[in-house]
Design a protein around this ligand. Sequence first.
Ligand SMILES: [Zn+2]
Length: 81
Amino acid sequence: MAKKNKKKIRQKVVRFRKNCLFCKKEIEIDYKDLDIIKKHLTNRGKIKSRRITGVCAKHQRKLTQEAQRARFLNLVPYVVK
Ligand SMILES: [Zn+2]
């Protein structure tokens, strides 16, 4: 009875390759680069997740910091209504 369920259901493992913009082009993330930061925000002003943009962990951390810095300085809005 239990053997019936032994059929393995293979789930597609989607591994995203290293697709980090900042690693590729060796860009330093800066809060003054609004073009770059705005690219990584949703249209409501939230920071896009790594899964969507493909940024590596190291640069995502840096990006978050810089985005928050930019928010604090009112360069980028906290919330878009
Ligand atoms: Zn990176």
